[in-house]
Design a protein around this ligand. Structure first.
Ligand code: NAD
Length: 357
């Protein structure tokens, strides 16, 4: 039996998360493994009810669970709060920190039937199947920072800091993931300019001997940004530091047709967190227009990474592929000639495919 903390959050969160939960229930029936779901408040919904974006009981529930499924947080209603109290900063960052989640995994996989939905030409984007492993708790976002008035005018700085130990653990994880895929790792840095990048590159070189089956290449981040749109199929696993990973993973997200298709996993601690890459999409919330597939695919990542149920994860991914191949589309993916469906209907179609497949 696995305990799963369910945090729907804000905006479209309460529409998409239940669809992923129902898919997990279908998996549980097939596999004969019990999942126990417990729901809790997070983000704006928690601010409204409890006055705080990450209530202690929510954090405690996450700590006591085997995995966490999150929707999204934030929205215009809470945008006027001071930055430190807003759902994104006051819920997501502490949650990742408290759970010790130092690695963010973002696969970008293009389903054949969605080739036309990608902004890139078919011949360029076909075959895209990569995963970005982003360092999540170090670097520029967490180093010393300051903004102040000086005699020479206003100034500001941020500091990019990495220890060898921080780099080693994320790089080893990326090698291990590459070993289970197509055995190719691209380490992305800016070693021609940044000292942290030179330490990063040296660390990768020192570790690569532990994974002789994996081929490694180093790529500058600016070149990687270009290669992602020129020849995305060349990549298998990309590992990079926090800021570069933040930017590259959003860039990679558009390759697959819609941000509504992109799952993610944040791992590294005892309890991992699974959530779609997108936000709370307030513009379409409450209208059954949201694509639940990113959340359903995040649940598939949970099966794979937290519960080691690789076959069940593959079955969910295949069910999603079959639903798309049969022409069903939420509005974000719709093109004439396909069948438009809402959030709940898309979830139901995936469950049916899973049960029949
Ligand atoms: P967003 O990802 O919520 O939306 C961007 C665009 O993508 C919108 O047009 C939206 O309708 C569309 N979209 C997003 N998810 C979709 C889905 N599943 N199906 C169909 N269309 C989808 O980003 P934003 O508009 O910049 O942010 C909205 C709010 O979400 C903000 O408050 C932001 O801070 C927050 N946010 C939260 C997270 C998170 O919880 N991890 C991440 C990013 C943004």
């Amino acid at each position: 039996m696995y305990k799963i903390a369910v945090l729907p959050g804000d905006g479209i969160g309460p529409e998409i998360v239940p669809e992923a939960v129902k898919v997990l229930e279908a998996v549980s029936r097939r596999a004969g493994i019990e999942f126990q779901f417990t729901e809790a408040l997070v983000g704006g919904a928690a601010i409204d009810t409890r006055g705080i974006a990450l209530p202690p009981e929510t954090l405690e529930l996450c700590r006591q669970s085997d995995a966490v499924l999150l929707g999204a947080v934030g929205g215009p209603k809470w945008d006027t709060l001071p930055p430190a109290e807003r759902p994104e900063t006051a819920a997501l960052l502490p949650l990742r920190k408290e759970l010790g989640l130092y690695a963010n995994l973002r696969p970008a996989f293009l389903y054949d039937s969605l080739v036309e939905a990608s902004p890139l030409k078919k011949e360029i984007v076909t075959g895209t199947d990569l995963i970005i492993v982003r360092e999540l708790t170090g670097g520029l976002y967490f180093g010393a920072k300051k903004r102040e008035q000086t005699a020479g005018g206003e100034m500001a700085y941020d500091t990019m800091y990495y220890s060898r130990a921080e780099i080693e653990r994320i790089v080893r994880l990326a090698f291990a993931i590459a070993r289970q895929r197509r055995c190719h790792l691209t380490s992305v840095d800016k070693a021609n300019v940044l000292t942290t990048s030179r330490l990063w590159r040296d660390t990768v070189e020192d570790i690569k001997g532990e994974f002789p089956e994996v081929t490694v290449e180093h790529m500058y981040v600016d070149n990687c940004a270009m290669q992602l749109v020129r020849r995305p199929a060349q990549f298998d696993v990309i590992v990079t530091e926090n800021t570069f990973g933040d930017i590259l993973s959003d860039q990679a997200s558009v390759l697959t047709g819609s941000i509504g298709m992109l799952p993610s996993a944040s791992i590294g601690g005892a309890v991992a967190l699974y959530e779609p890459c997108h936000g709370s999409a307030p513009d379409i919330a409450g209208q059954q227009k949201a694509n639940p597939l990113a959340t359903i695919l995040s649940a598939a990542m949970m099966l794979k990474y937290s519960f080691k149920m690789d076959q069940a994860a593959a079955a969910v991914e295949a069910a999603v592929g079959r639903v798309l191949a049969r022409g069903y589309r939420t509005p974000d993916l719709y093109v004439p000639g396909t069948q438009l469906v809402g959030t709940a209907e898309m979830g139901q179609l995936v469950r049916r495919e899973l049960e029949e497949g």
